[in-house]
Ligand binder design. Structure first.
Ligand SMILES: Cc1cc2nc3c(=O)[nH]c(=O)nc-3n(C[C@H](O)[C@H](O)[C@H](O)COP(=O)(O)O)c2cc1C
Length: 370
């Protein structure tokens, strides 16, 4: 069993060197325009031992933004910044997909040039967001007109083309976490009466249109989709998640995408009476492509789910923040560094590029020697 994580994995046309994926994680260390720089290239290159890195979420348009200092992927400068990151990962022999993101209602006018955030329905996200006046409740978003939805689909396509220009190996569409696509999927945030609301097939329509648009650039077999059926962030809830997500996953299977990145419930997500746990195994029968399980995994649990054929790969988030050489530590059964949540977001090198590795990292030496 101990070699399972280190056997190669097929992902569309790609053969990955191991089954350890770095999960997408916003670290809010881009510049004020959302452009990535050398420190970001160093951070990702340090983690290139992963079979696949999924980049932190990148906003596809100015209205998609929901977090200051997170990266964009809609301007020439964004492409140039990301290219530095992608080249650095490739130099280290790694592979990297870009995660495409629209925050929808999880934003605030001060991040959107004064405009209200947009969403499927005028229902505010649960929780608070930092504004120039301090933390405030999320605003009630403006409902998108039916004709506007197609414009956002097109913006996903432009960002996908930008990802290609930056040299990424593929793209992951962020349909998880309570952001725009998830808002369309779930009944708690979508009460529309047009073709994008109502039955689960209608609520999946926006996701499917985005996949079709992005596939024009990448082909279906270089596309992954992240889903989080049990995630309660920002007040997400659906009347019947089993039906909704089996419908969504069956549709993605028919389209032939490369992978589903399936998030398991984290502490606090599951409420009394909830049924949706063990999501990778639960939805495996609906999907023949690669299944990446995510959420609270360690080496032992990862080996177990791959051994049970509940997933093909496992992604690690917080462990990768603290352990740039996580695959090597797993392989040698070495102790792990503890992640420090105080440095997850914002700031510079501390908690970003300064976690120790077992061996001095070649990319670190390269940067030091410049
Ligand atoms: C600092 C931080 C930032 C995150 N940003 C993103 C993101 O940009 N996109 C995304 O899909 N998930 C994001 N996540 C969620 C992770 O991808 C992952 O689903 C979560 O951390 C659970 O995996 P883990 O238990 O291995 O950490 C983030 C998580 C953390 C801790």
């Amino acid at each position: 069993m101990s070699n399972l994580l280190f056997s190669p994995a097929r992902m569309g046309p790609l053969e990955l060197s191991n089954r350890i994926v770095m999960a997408p994680m916003a670290r809010t260390r881009a510049d004020g325009e959302g452009v990535m720089g050398n420190i970001n290239a160093q951070y990702y290159a340090q983690r290139a031992q992963a079979g696949l890195i999924v980049s932190e979420a990148s906003w596809i348009s100015p209205m998609g933004k929901g977090l200051s200092h997170s990266p964009g992927l809609f301007s020439m400068n964004h492409v140039a910044g990301w290219k530095r990151v992608v080249d650095a990962v490739h130099e280290q022999g790694g592979r990297i997909f870009a995660q495409l993101w629209h925050c929808g209602r999880v934003s605030t006018p001060s991040l959107l040039g004064g405009e209200l955030p947009v969403a499927p329905s005028p229902i505010a996200a649960f929780g608070r967001i930092m504004t120039p006046d301090g933390f405030r409740n999320f605003p009630v978003p403006r409902m998108l007109e039916t004709e506007e939805v197609g414009k956002i689909v097109a913006e996903f396509g432009i960002a996908a083309q930008n990802a290609k220009n930056a040299g990424f190996d593929g793209v992951e569409i962020h349909a998880a976490g309570g952001y725009l696509i998830d808002q369309f999927l779930q009944t708690g945030s979508n009460v529309r009466r047009d073709p994008y609301g109502g039955l689960s097939a209608n609520r999946c329509r926006f996701l499917f249109e985005v996949v079709e648009e992005v596939a024009k650039i990448w082909g279906k077999d270089r596309i992954g989709v992240k889903l989080s059926p049990s995630n309660r962030d920002f007040g997400m809830i659906d009347a019947d998640p089993q039906i909704l997500f089996s419908k969504a996953i069956s549709g993605l299977e028919e389209m032939g995408i490369a992978y589903i990145h399936m998030m398991e419930p984290l502490d606090g997500d599951l409420k009394e009476g909830d049924v949706l746990k063990d999501n990778a195994q639960r939805f495996r029968p609906y999907f023949r492509g690669a299944m990446i399980a995510n959420g609270g995994f360690d080496k032992g649990k990862a080996e177990m789910i791959i051994d049970n054929e509940g997933a093909d790969l496992v992604s690690f988030g917080r462990l990768f923040i603290a352990n740039p050489d996580l695959p090597e530590r797993f392989r040698l059964n070495k102790p792990l560094n503890e992640p420090d949540p105080d440095t997850f977001y914002d700031g510079g090198e501390a908690g970003y590029t300064d976690y120790p590795t077992l061996e001095p990292h070649p990319y670190l030496r390269l940067v030091e020697g410049e």
